[in-house]
Ligand binder design. Structure first.
Ligand code: NDP
Length: 313
């Protein structure tokens, strides 16, 4: 039977470390980490995400501001706001909630964020740092960073000699995870929609990260016995067994089957999902820490003091 990688417990542990780092920062420099969350339009899912980010920021003791712009706002309006936030010393992290309305060029907006306030890790400076292994000073995208903490709980920090397969090559998830796995010394294969015989490739993986957005695509017999499986997927599917019109969330991995083979596996929900907001808080605290001139190594030490997140399922 596989072990369950408990993302809720791991996320709570990260939040506790963020709170204590925030306390140290405030005590030593008087600085309170500040985050600005920007949302454009009325997308209900985005509103829910933004509300939970703002709520968590307050729980961490951050200065938190939210800017709600109307769907009709122009690219120039948004660029102007980002310019103001870039210059505001109380704001250490800026998050622009995606997706943006189609008349706004998301790439141009994300690249306008000052790299030292880019807590989502999407600017070219932070992408470049991650790609070249300058991870200590980089802001790493939150979901991949969270995946690595879950993996660390299951396999340790050094993945030397282990084979890792990442399903998906998006800029937000697949590519940054591949870079993080490489930096942890795993031997990495990145597969995508043009890859042949995915099942065979997956069967060779000691570590399998699924980020394709295809409900339960990865079957039990794709899993190498004893492998660690990180399921990033969040897919809403219909659930007639719960009643007419009802839905449920499933991952990219067929959990019940896969847990028969895997050594450890993340559930969906309750696996990678909770880590994303926790890592946003960690990145914001890190941005404030660096802006205050404190040693980044001390911040990393504070954040490493976490309990185990792997339990028998
Ligand atoms: P994208 O749609 O941007 O990328 C999907 C990737 O999967 C692409 O590289 C695509 O290949 C590949 N892919 C799609 N279909 C197949 C297939 N049949 N076989 C092999 N590869 C395939 O998605 P994201 O990376 O943004 O997200 C992936 C999943 O993770 C989604 O379910 C999303 O909801 C979830 N997610 C979860 C988060 C969390 O907090 N837990 C945060 C972000 C995302 P190609 O490049 O060739 O098109």
């Amino acid at each position: 039977m596989s072990k369950l990688i408990d993302g809720k417990a791991a996320a709570q542990s990260v939040i506790e470390q963020v709170k204590s780092a925030t306390g140290v920062l405030q005590h030593e420099t008087g600085t309170v980490p500040g985050i600005a969350v920007v949302i454009v339009g009325e997308d209900p899912a985005s509103k829910v995400y933004v509300a939970s980010k703002s709520r968590m920021a307050k729980e961490c003791g951050f200065h938190s501001v939210q800017h709600d712009l109307s769907t009709e706002s122009s690219e120039v309006d948004l660029l102007t706001l980002i310019g103001i936030l870039n210059a505001d010393p109380r704001v250490h992290g800026i998050l622009v909630q995606l997706p943006l309305p189609p008349h706004i060029d998301s790439g141009r907006i994300l690249q306008a964020i000052a790299p030292e306030k880019d807590v989502d890790g999407f600017t070219f400076v932070n992408v470049g740092k991650l790609g070249t292994g300058e991870i200590a000073s980089a802001f790493v995208p939150c979901t991949p960073a969270g995946c690595m903490i879950l993996l660390e709980g299951a396999r340790g920090r050094d993945l030397s000699g282990l084979s890792a397969v990442v399903l998906g090559r998006s800029n937000i998830v697949g590519k940054p995870i591949a870079n993080l796995l490489l930096a942890a010394h795993a031997t990495v294969t990145v597969a995508h929609s043009r890859t042949k015989d995915l099942a065979a490739i997956c069967r060779a993986a000691d570590i399998l990260v699924a980020a394709v957005g295809r409900p339960e695509m990865v079957r039990g017999d794709w899993i190498k016995p004893g492998a660690t499986v990180i399921d990033v997927g969040i897919n809403r599917v219909s659930a007639p067994d719960k009643g007419q019109g009802k839905t449920r969330i499933v991952g990219d991995v067929a959990y019940a089957e896969a847990s028969e083979w895997a050594g450890a596996i993340t559930p969906v929900p309750g696996g990678v999902g909770p880590m994303t907001i926790a890592m946003l808080m960690a990145n914001t605290a890190k941005a404030a820490w660096i802006a205050s001139g404190l040693e980044i190594a001390d911040f990393d030490t504070l954040l490493c003091d976490r309990g185990p997140c792997v339990t028998p399922s």
